[in-house]
Design a protein around this ligand. Structure first.
Ligand SMILES: [Zn+2]
Length: 98
C-alpha cells in the first residue's frame, strides 16, 4: 500500500473553537522566556495558541475588550495583561494590513 494521503494540518482556534487550516490561523506563542508574542513565522519556540486570521476576535466588535483573554490565558497558561493584549492587537492589525 503506497497511497499517500495529503494531510492538511488543522488547528483549533482558542477563541471560537473552530478547527481550521493552519494557514487560516494566527499563532500566539508564549516563548521559552515567558513572553507572549504574535508569531508571524509560526516557528517560534514555545507554547502556541491559534486564533482565526479572518475573524474579528481582536477587533472593535469586542468593544475594547480585545481578545477573549480568559481563553488565551488558558491556552497559553500565562497571564495576559493589558499591554500584551494591546501589543498583540496591534501586531494583528499590521499583519492584516499587508
Ligand atoms: Zn476563531
Amino acid at each position: 500500500m503506497s497511497q499517500k494521503k495529503r494531510h492538511i494540518p488543522t488547528r483549533t482556534c482558542v477563541v471560537c473553537r473552530e478547527k481550521r487550516q493552519r494557514s487560516d490561523l494566527l499563532r500566539i506563542v508564549r516563548t521559552t522566556d515567558g513572553k507572549i508574542e504574535f508569531d508571524r513565522t509560526g516557528r517560534v519556540d514555545g507554547r502556541g495558541a491559534y486564533v482565526c486570521e479572518d475573524s474579528d476576535h481582536w477587533g472593535a466588535s469586542n468593544r475594547g475588550e480585545g481578545i477573549n483573554r480568559g481563553r488565551l490565558k488558558h491556552a497559553l497558561k500565562a497571564e495576559i495583561d493589558d499591554s500584551t493584549v494591546k501589543l498583540l492587537s496591534e501586531a494583528m492589525k499590521s499583519h492584516k494590513a499587508k
